[in-house]
Design a protein around this ligand. Structure first.
Ligand code: SAH
Ligand code: SF4
Ligand code: F3S
Length: 439
């Protein structure tokens, strides 16, 4: 038997890329590849890339350049680019960086085995189609390997919303929902392999409308079906759009036992003028009313969001409206970004905000968000939360995991195993995590 080839995968971007990287490793498993964390051992290096902001995309080229030496030392080493930069730039990547052997877009991962064969024959392989066939059906899992207790599961992909700043509708394509039975089968398989928490993924996950018994199912209906799987203890989903927050999903947050009290609901801006220019199709007010309804259903829910500052034409008053919205909502987490001009998107053509002004706004917003995060985290001290333990910590005997609210919690001298869920009393709050003790 020949020794297995080694695959080194580096993942950038969102959780869907994390999920896709696992599926790609499985697809290449069929070609005799085993994963490695050591670059020098690799027979193939695959970068699973992100195109969301300019910096993310540029990083790929500087990273690729660094493999020059490796490739000179090991001529058989294959270099592949997957993900959203692959989709957006296609063959251009091979022109800019001739070391690259393979470019595969997010909808073509199931074709990786044939593409790999082609590279072994000394040819370049490029596939950025949006094929008709269901890539997930081809990406069958390998034999029942044990899994970490928290897993991602893609249920929906792509986006039809076309926010004026965003590349996702171009890189991931039109919105597609996977059928219910495939998702439930995959979920049961994950649970058999030790998974206790599943995060349902989609660029617009709450727009889910996959076919199931009796017709098309909403995300809430899917969550209720997952709730019935024995051994699955926690359900989460991300990312949602405010306009797709259906009544049944809001209600599920109050009544569905396994659905965790955490919701990532990006708003992007607190200014109606900017929201309109962003093509978000909601207002600050409609978002705030939505939050009220969600909190009425589940008062302790922890909210998180995404913000863009310095979007074209954003005035001081527009930015102050964003600050006011954040003050009103009180986020447990929030991610804020300086607007990054993306080629091909409508906002790229518009008058840009002075970068220094945008920087200053970003700093102010981030300071506010950090204060809110810290406050909500500090309020956990003295409370008892359930923690799903995911791995040993840095110190002997320490275990780390996540609370229902997704806070990282570490416990010293913890008599628990990976995969256990146990009540923990929070004793202190650090900058990025909580410390607790088992009770
Ligand atoms: N589907 C998700 C978001 C996907 S991208 C949603 O609709 O919310 C993740 C985040 O990146 C976005 O919420 C947005 O805040 C940010 N983002 C997207 N495009 C950007 C750009 N051109 N510049 C800066 N931030 C951007
Ligand atoms: Fe991008 Fe908007 Fe779609 Fe989210 S909803 S993926 S921000 S276009
Ligand atoms: Fe990035 Fe593509 Fe995800 S652009 S954020 S990897 S969908």
């Amino acid at each position: 038997m020949t020794a297995p080839k080694k695959l080194y995968v580096k993942t950038y971007g969102c959780q869907m890329n994390v999920y896709d990287s696992e599926r790609m490793a499985e697809a290449l498993g069929e070609q005799g590849y085993e994963p490695t964390n050591t670059l020098d051992d690799a027979d193939m290096i695959l970068l699973n890339t992100c195109h969301i902001r300019e910096k993310a995309a540029e990083k790929v080229y500087s990273e690729l350049g660094r493999f020059k030496g490796l490739k000179a030392a090991k001529p058989d080493l294959k270099l592949g680019v997957a993900g959203c930069v692959a989709q957006a730039e296609g063959a251009e990547i091979m022109r800019r960086q001739p070391l690259v052997d393979l470019v595969v877009g997010p909808q073509s991962y199931h074709r990786l085995p044939e593409m790999e064969t082609k590279t072994r024959q000394g040819e370049k392989a490029l596939d950025t189609d949006f094929p008709e066939e269901d890539k997930f059906e081809h990406l069958k899992s390998r034999p029942k390997a044990r899994r970490a207790p928290a897993a991602f599961l893609t249920v929906q992909e792509g986006c039809d919303k076309f926010c004026a700043f965003c590349v996702v509708p171009y890189t991931r394509g039109a919105e597609v929902s996977r059928p219910v039975d495939r998702i439930l089968t995959e979920a049961r398989d994950l649970v058999e392999r030790g998974v206790r928490e599943i995060t349902l993924l989609g660029q617009n996950v709450n727009a889910y409308h996959g076919m199931g018994e009796g017709g098309s199912w909403s995300l809430a209906k899917l969550i209720w079906a997952l709730n019935d799987i024995d051994g699955l203890e926690r359900i989460r989903f991300t990312t949602s759009h405010p306009n797709d927050m259906g009544d049944d999903l809001i209600e599920a947050h109050g009544t569905c036992e396994k659905l965790m009290p955490y919701l990532h609901l990006p708003v992007q801006s607190g200014s109606d003028h900017i929201l309109k220019r962003m093509n978000r199709k909601h207002t600050a007010e409609s978002y705030l009313r939505l939050i009220e309804r969600i909190r009425a259903a589940r008062p302790d829910i922890l909210l998180s969001g995404d913000f863009i500052v310095g979007f074209p034409e954003e005035s001081d008053a527009d930015f102050e409206a964003t600050m006011a919205l954040v003050e009103e909502v009180e986020y447990g987490y929030a991610y804020s970004f300086k607007y990054s001009k993306r080629p091909g998107t409508p906002a790229a053509e518009r008058p840009q905000v002075d970068p220094d002004v945008a920087d200053e706004r970003l700093q102010r917003l981030q300071a506010l968000i950090t204060r809110q995060q810290r406050k909500i985290q500090d309020e956990m001290v003295g409370r008892t939360v359930k923690v799903l333990f995911e791995k040993p910590g840095k110190y002997e005997g320490q275990m780390v995991g996540k609370s229902d609210y997704l806070h990282a919690v570490h416990v010293a001298d913890a008599q628990v195993s990976v995969g256990d869920i146990a009540p923990v009393r929070i004793i202190s709050s650090g900058s990025n995590s909580l410390a607790g003790e088992l009770i």
